[in-house]
Ligand binder design. Structure first.
Ligand code: AMP
Length: 428
């Protein structure tokens, strides 16, 4: 083959043998989110670039290096969404959803776009399942969303996961912390990478995200936000931990988690999967109390999290989750022995499908032998052949492809009910 092009780097085709796994997981997750009162929301795949600059933060890697930004024909500066929260906050404010009963609980299933170096579990186009809860300020809300993420992992039987939590305070307590952190980092400035030298001036907390070895070493002994929390943030974090304890949800406190996006405040958390490989964040989230105001809306204390679906599915594959959850096999293949039977075959198949049964027939003018070979190939559970005689007598032989046993069945107007009776009774 001489294809003129291939899929862009960092993207992948989700083929049928994988796509059904996405549907399966998405449906399972949706059901859990619904039981916590979350409703689906969908927003455009691109937004004005300013939305992400203002909310995610000018100094974050996402905004600085990873956004797919372009000008449209009307000279508007647009960006493919790199994450979901900012888009949803914009949508609820623009549509006035925050004026309804609060808290407003929303979930989304989105593709997101980040220009990152592609590697295992890291793509340029990836899918997130996220939840956002607007207008909930108490620690119970923090515990509830953590509980929801935890429930998803439990229902999907994922065990090798740890929950790390932290509090990164609010603008009030951050001032003192930024000073301490800047003092500490300034002392070691010479050994920081060029990016971190800039971050030190604009937002020293972003240095804590740096993955470069030298910077990571320096960060190890850096002061942590937990030691600088104001009374309100400290009390809030204490309450979150208390509720998690009451719910029996295990966690570690990791003072180094800051999350890669600027809008977070107070509680932040990550679920890390670490079985046989490098630890992998499969879910991350936290509180973002200032976001709606930052976007020009009212003060709405809010919070949320996102799962990376590709990562989640990789983990599920590793844990054999899909082993006995394959595609549905074709229930029945109906073949024709001659042209007279062709129309009848098609109308029986139509009737079965209208009743939700996965039925197939030939679409390629194949010989009878070739039709039955095909039925074998697609693992049809039953097969049936119609010819002149069957049409005349209204009776055909239904064959169980595994046991090779056959049973007579009427192909009149009650065919579907009879077929159902036979497969349910296990008669054949
Ligand atoms: P974030 O929006 O950065 O908090 O990411 C939330 C979740 O999305 C992460 O925990 C990952 O599971 C997933 N994720 C983030 N970036 C990528 C990527 N480039 N490729 C695949 N999954 C990703």
């Amino acid at each position: 083959m001489n294809l003129i092009t291939t899929a862009p780097r960092g993207t992948k085709d989700i083929l049928p043998k994988e796509a059904y796994k996405f549907s399966l997981v998405e449906n399972a997750i949706k059901k859990i989110a619904s039981s916590f009162g979350y409703r689906e929301i969908r927003t455009p795949v691109f937004e004005h670039t300013s939305l992400f600059k203002r909310s995610v933060g000018e100094e974050t890697d996402v905004v600085q290096k990873e956004m797919y930004t372009f000008k449209d024909k009307g000279e508007r500066l647009l960006t493919l969404r790199p994450e979901g929260t900012a888009c949803i906050a914009r949508a609820i404010l623009e549509n006035g959803l925050h004026n309804s009963t609060l808290p407003l609980k929303l979930f989304y299933l989105y593709s997101c776009y980040r220009y990152e170096k592609p590697q295992a579990g890291r793509y340029r186009e990836f899918n997130q399942f996220g939840i956002e809860c607007f207008g909930a300020k108490s620690a119970t809300a923090d515990a509830e969303i953590i509980c929801l993420a935890n429930e998803i992992l439990n229902k999907l039987n994922i065990n090798d996961v740890v929950l790390n939590i932290n509090s990164i305070g609010c603008p009030n307590c951050r001032e003192k912390y930024f000073k301490a952190l800047s003092d500490y980092l300034n002392d070691k400035k010479e050994n920081l990478c060029e990016d971190c030298k800039t971050r030190l001036k604009t937002n020293p907390m972003r240095v804590l995200d740096c993955k470069k070895i030298n910077c990571k070493k320096i960060i190890e002994n850096a002061p942590i936000m937990l030691d600088f929390l104001c009374e309100d943030c400290s009390e809030h974090f204490k309450n979150v931990k208390q509720i998690l304890n009451n719910l029996g949800i295990k966690y570690n406190i990791d003072g180094k988690i800051v999350r890669g996006l600027d809008y977070y405040t107070k509680t932040v958390f990550e679920f890390i999967y670490n079985k046989n490989q490098e630890p992998l964040t499969i879910c991350g989230g936290g509180r973002y109390d200032g976001l709606t105001q930052q976007l020009g809306g009212p003060d709405l204390p809010s919070l949320g999290f996102a799962f990376g679906l590709e990562r989640l599915i990789n983990v599920l594959e590793e844990n054999d989750y899909f082993k006995d959850k394959s595609y549905e096999d074709c229930k029945i293949f109906i073949a024709y022995a001659d042209q007279i039977a062709k129309n009848k075959v098609f109308s029986l198949v139509k009737e079965l499908r209208a009743n939700g049964v996965y039925a197939e027939c030939d679409l390629n003018d194949k010989s009878l032998k070739a039709q039955l070979k095909y039925a074998n190939k697609i693992n049809a559970v039953y097969s049936m052949v119609l010819g002149e005689e069957e049409i005349k007598s209204n009776i055909a032989k239904l064959k169980n492809m595994k046991t090779k046993q056959t049973i007579d069945i009427n192909i009149d107007e009650y065919f579907f009910n009879k077929f159902l009776n036979i497969i349910n009774s296990g008669e054949n």
